[in-house]
Design a protein. Structure first.
Length: 367
């Protein structure tokens, strides 16, 4: 079989028949051996009856969420290529031929693009203004920069890809973030990906409501990006903060005549924050690795060096130094109050390092 068209469905009775008619016409006119799959997520408005009447394959998905629906539909597909688009008639299924012709050129995935930055078009009223000017451009920009993707519209719901390529990858997303996951993982697996301009039309439903949840889906997308881009989100900021604070502290230690207590406190607090951010980055890396993203060579080297024994040793030495600093007046240029505060800062920093190191080491052992 050449093509499987998978339609995610949740109460789409107003537009589902229109979409199925377009698909059948495209398959027939272009002599494409294909199937139509309606992946339903609990419709109660007659959508199932429409699908049955058209003799299409129906996949009943119990678990809620866009990602769950699509993954179940794809897993039950038989076509060499999988084409997906929404059932609300906002995407024109008459575009199937264009997408099909493009992927048989040798691509592994062809992503639609609705945004003008990629040559696409959005009809008036087809997309909320906040999505059009803020949400989609912002997340597309972040994804391009963080993951080096050459995609201008990461949330376009119309795409086609090779089923055998998809099957080689582990996917976990249950919601809208699936749109990002499939693009990022196809890119990380070095698959050939391109973008094809398309038009987003106004939702064809009159009574039905959009299933998008602006705030919730936006926060989930942000969480996804934070987890899977630790280098830019955690490691680089932490490194800059740590280096700057350390240089500042040593500059003041070796120049006691120009000591600035407030700046010294701020630097110690910044080191504490930098350590915590670094640990969050390590956790993020382990979590992303566990969920099927490719490993970082540099972090792999780090974890070959990182051991629980070493982290405990470094932490205990630091704790001992902070105690000795207070009792033996190592920072002789400080008065008793400042000396106590500095020692306490150092003590808390190394306590934080100790317990976070143990936490990350245990995660790595479990991983």
């Amino acid at each position: 079989m050449d093509l499987s068209v998978v339609i995610p469905c949740l109460n789409e009775s107003e537009t589902l028949q229109i979409c199925i008619n377009k698909i059948k016409k495209q398959l027939s006119e272009n002599d494409i051996n294909g199937e139509i799959i309606v992946a339903d997520n609990g419709s109660t408005d007659g959508s199932i009856e429409i699908a049955k009447k058209n003799n299409v394959k129906i996949i009943n998905v119990q678990s809620k969420g866009y990602g769950n629906v699509l993954r179940n539909g794809i897993n039950n597909a038989n076509g060499k290529y999988i084409f997906i688009a929404d059932a609300d008639n906002s995407y024109d299924f008459n575009e199937i031929k264009r997408f099909y012709n493009k992927i048989i050129e040798g691509y592994d995935l062809v992503q639609g693009c609705r945004l003008p930055s990629g040559g696409g078009k959005i009809e008036k009223g087809a997309m909320p203004i906040t999505h059009r000017l803020i949400g989609n451009p912002l997340f597309s920009f972040l994804t391009k920069k963080l993951f080096k993707l050459k995609i201008n519209d990461v949330y376009c719901g119309m795409k086609i890809f090779r089923r055998d390529a998809y099957k080689k990858i582990f996917f976990f997303s249950t919601g809208m973030v699936f749109c990002l996951e499939i693009l990022i993982k196809f890119d990380q697996f070095k698959y050939k990906v391109c973008e094809l301009p398309t038009t987003l039309y106004k939702d064809g439903r009159i009574k039905g409501k959009s299933h998008l949840k602006t705030v919730s889906d936006g926060l989930k997308t942000l969480k996804f990006l934070l987890i899977f881009s630790p280098k830019w989100v955690f490691f680089f900021p932490a490194t800059i903060l740590l280096v700057y604070s350390t240089v500042t502290i040593f500059h003041q230690i070796f120049n006691p005549n120009i000591i600035n207590i407030k700046q010294l406190y701020l630097s110690l607090a910044s080191i504490h924050i930098a350590i915590q951010v670094t640990m969050l980055g390590l956790y993020s890396y382990l979590r992303s690795e566990d969920l099927g993203f490719l490993r970082s060579r540099r972090l792999k080297i780090f974890f070959n060096f990182f051991t629980l024994k070493k982290s405990i040793t470094i932490s205990l030495v630091g704790i001992l130094f902070s105690v000795l600093n207070y009792f033996f007046n190592a920072t002789h240029f400080l008065n008793d109050v400042h000396k106590f505060i500095i020692s306490l800062f150092l003590f808390l920093i190394f306590i934080n390092l100790l317990f976070n190191s143990i936490f990350v080491a245990l995660l790595k052992e479990n991983n």
